[in-house]
Design a binder for this molecule. Structure first.
Ligand SMILES: Cc1ncc(COP(=O)(O)O)c(C=O)c1O
Length: 389
């Protein structure tokens, strides 16, 4: 988040309730493993509509514990997307399992189920779909594949809290292990933090033990039943989470409002949602299909193929508008490229999308005048580039 520009990429929505609960924790002196942690977990489970929710120190920590709970390790392959934040693949490397990437759907930008099917080998033990940019992945088809091949499923829902899938089920609520994240640019924020939706009470106990250095609930501080980690969420972070959950629905609705304003305004300049309109113009995030509902995490457009993204970013910055190339493909990053012998051209759809995508400023408090300024600046930047060809 670049605070030096006038319209930043992201800004958390924090108010007096966050201050009040945070102060309660500070005054209580119970900074970790105190009552606010349980209160946050209960509030999340209630809001989400599930029996239990296990809070952890980050989305990455949640994914790591999820991989361990599924027992994925050396020699195992897990099919996942190259178009994601790096954690969704790193969590496999932490346990010695190998990510096997497959290409994405050009409209939803999530794993293409047919490509996932083609990537399954006799070494495949699981699927790790990511609900990228808050749009629900094709879970019914992926679960069918998992069922046929006896695969485990870990859902990376870090960007998708509050999204709903094609069967009207909340993302993360299908009974698979699923992880949410609450970094400062997310829909709900705790600064750093995450929640795992456990797949059973036994898994929940193991997750709670592993996040707390392998202790069991009634053990002393220096007794450790199993290998564990320090993946605890502090009570200060939990306090922010409780306050955010009290108005989670309105926070999500505000983001949807800003996205709708962007859609409307950018369409006036000839942009169209992915899968509709001129694919050579500015491409907007895909519209919701059927009963699928995106939870708006970021607002990412795709620039026309002939525009120079760096020049567009510079031009927006000159007008006080932050923007970011979003997201680079994981398989082309050094830890993956070298180790797995991956190079350009392996996943053409993901690479094409990654080369053109640009995140625009997006946060609840965005005013129409700010959206107008972003849209005008984007149109001018794209126009000047095309004109100079
Ligand atoms: C798709 C995805 N997976 C995992 C993570 C990791 O979450 P955290 O930053 O909380 O570790 C993020 C967060 O940015 C994410 O966007």
């Amino acid at each position: 988040m670049d605070g030096s520009l006038e319209i930043p990429l992201a800004r958390p929505d924090l108010g007096t309730r966050e201050e009040e609960l945070l102060l309660d924790v500070v005054r209580s002196g119970r900074l970790s493993l105190g009552p606010m942690l349980g209160r946050f977990e209960e509030a999340f489970a209630r809001w989400f509509g599930t029996e239990d929710a296990v809070a952890v120190s980050s989305g990455t920590a949640g994914l790591h514990l999820g991989v361990r709970a599924l027992g994925w390790g050396p020699g195992d392959e897990v099919v996942t997307t190259p178009f994601s934040f790096i954690s969704s693949a790193n969590c496999l490397l932490y346990e010695g399992a190998a990510p096997v990437f497959c290409d994405i759907d050009p409209v939803t930008l999530n794993i293409d189920p047919e490509a996932a099917r083609a990537a399954v080998t006799e070494r495949t033990v699981g699927l790790l779909p990511v609900h990228i940019f808050g749009y629900p992945a094709a879970m019914a088809e992926l679960e069918r594949l998992a069922g046929e091949r006896g695969l485990g499923v870990l859902e990376d829902a870090c960007e998708a809290v509050g999204a709903v899938d094609g069967e009207g089920i909340r993302v993360g609520g299908r009974g698979n292990l699923a992880t949410f994240a609450f970094y400062a640019n997310k829909q709900l924020v705790t600064g750093e933090g995450g929640v795992i939706i456990p797949s059973s009470p036994e898994v929940a106990s193991r997750l709670r033990s592993e996040r707390n250095q392998g202790r069991d609930p009634n053990m002393g501080w220096l007794e450790h039943e199993r290998l564990g980690f320090n993946y605890r969420l502090t009570d200060m972070q939990a306090a922010l989470g409780v306050a955010q959950l009290e108005r989670a629905d309105s926070l999500l609705a505000e983001r949807a409002r800003v996205a709708a304003l962007y859609n409307e305004r950018l369409r006036q300049d000839g942009a169209a949602p992915a899968g509709e309109g001129d694919p050579d113009g500015v491409v907007l995030p895909c519209a919701d299909r059927g009963s699928e509902r995106r939870s708006w995490f970021v607002y990412v457009v795709r620039l026309p193929a002939d525009s120079d993204r760096e020049a567009v970013i510079d031009s927006l910055a000159e007008r006080g508008v932050a923007s970011k190339a979003y997201l680079p493909c994981i398989h082309l990053m050094p830890p993956y490229r070298e180790r797995f012998g991956l190079s350009e051209g392996r996943f053409p759809v993901a690479e094409h999308v990654a080369a053109r995508s640009l995140a625009l400023p997006f946060f609840t408090a965005m005013r129409e005048t700010e959206i107008e300024r972003v849209a005008e600046s984007l149109a001018a930047a794209v126009r000047s580039r095309v004109a100079s060809h």
